[in-house]
Design a protein around this ligand. Structure first.
Ligand code: DAH
Length: 346
């Protein structure tokens, strides 16, 4: 029995020393101390051993059992420390930087929107965004465009099919311009108004180099006492020069819009031909970029504001057109299509 215990001790101390993982050690532990383990089995033979011999064997057995247990614990500790050390060497350095070759950026139209909004915020304008799906009254009626009036022909409107709603046909449309925001603000009856909206509009238009069914407008409206055309002229120059540079040239041309009186078209000198006339400016040398004017007294009728006391100016710029001028590209479709060759230039 003594030899057997020594043999087990020798064999297992060697195995423990060679164990490479905690799983190896678990297997060894079970082989020694499990239900049928070698150490567990030994005392079962004690009744057969003479008492005299047991006096020597029992302490040997206890010492061996203890030693094997301690060796397993020791090795377990070692293996754990080894794996911690390994992990430490493998640790991720989160501060490490890697040069990313292809990085995305804001779309040209979004960059431009931010630029313009910042520009007008610094003049004290606040943003007011009206709905894209709009009631006819805000898109037309309150803007002095009555139902069935020929001036409606100025806009190719996309009406909403309301047959599923308790709404009469022709009452809802995709707004044709951002001008719908100012009757919404004016009907609240509070002055002064110094508001802007840079947002999407929709028309029933075929897409070509200069037109699209979906496009942006940058609209401002100022309502208060003593607002005049001089303010309109100042703000137009402020915008054009900020975007196109000090040399930017604009002109006001009388133009009819039902919701302003007087109404003007704001043109910018064509940057493609410097006024000579080309395909882009339809041979005129000028590029129309905005409609503007003084808010019509009839628009005040739908508000609590007295047109004798208050006046207002408004304009609707086509930012997509201004971008074409600024970056000298000749097709509005570039702004809507995700052509990377174009987008990566900006
Ligand atoms: N809403 C007009 C359009 O989309 C543009 C416009 C004209 C806006 C005159 C204005 C304005 O604010 O005063 O055709």
């Amino acid at each position: 029995m003594r030899d057997k215990i020594s043999q087990i001790k020798k064999e297992y101390l060697e195995k423990i020393g060679k164990a490479k993982s905690l799983t190896d050690l678990d297997t060894i532990f079970l082989a020694l101390f499990g239900k049928t383990g070698q150490i567990t089995q030994i005392p079962k033979e004690f009744p057969k051993i003479p008492k005299e011999d047991l006096k020597i064997i029992t302490p040997l057995f206890i010492a061996t059992k203890k030693e094997l247990e301690q060796e397993i614990d020791k090795r377990r500790q070692e293996i754990r420390e080894e794996s911690y050390r390994k992990l430490e060497n493998e640790k991720l350095d989160l501060t490490q930087t890697k040069t990313i070759k292809k990085q995305g950026h804001l779309h040209l139209a979004t960059q431009f929107k931010k630029e313009i909004i910042d520009l007008f915020e610094s003049l004290g304008f606040s943003q007011f965004d009206a709905p894209h799906v709009e009631w006819d009254k805000y898109n037309f009626e309150y803007l002095n465009v009555p139902k069935d009036h020929p001036s409606r022909d100025l806009w190719d409107t996309l009406y909403i099919d309301t047959s599923n709603l308790a709404v009469e046909p022709g009452q809802m449309a995709l707004r044709t311009h951002t001008s719908n925001f100012w009757p919404r603000l004016m009907e609240k009856g509070q002055t002064p108004i110094r508001a802007m909206s840079f947002d999407r509009c929709f028309r029933y238009e075929a897409v070509d180099a200069r037109h699209s069914h979906t496009f942006n407008q940058f609209e401002i409206a100022v309502v208060g006492e003593n607002i005049t055309m001089a303010n309109l002229k100042y703000l137009s120059d402020y915008l054009l020069k900020a975007i196109l540079g000090k040399e930017a040239k604009s002109r006001f041309r009388p133009k009819y819009y039902p919701f302003v009186e007087p109404g003007v078209g704001i043109d910018s000198l064509c940057v493609f031909c410097h006024g000579k006339g080309c395909k882009i400016c339809s041979g005129t040398g000028w590029f129309e970029i905005a409609g503007a004017g003084m808010i019509h007294p009839n628009v005040f009728k739908f508000t609590k504001l007295d047109p004798k006391k208050y006046s207002g100016l408004a304009w609707g710029f086509g930012p997509d057109r201004i971008l074409m001028l600024k970056h000298k590209f000749d097709d509005i479709r570039y702004l809507l299509e995700g052509d990377l060759k174009f987008l990566q230039k900006f």
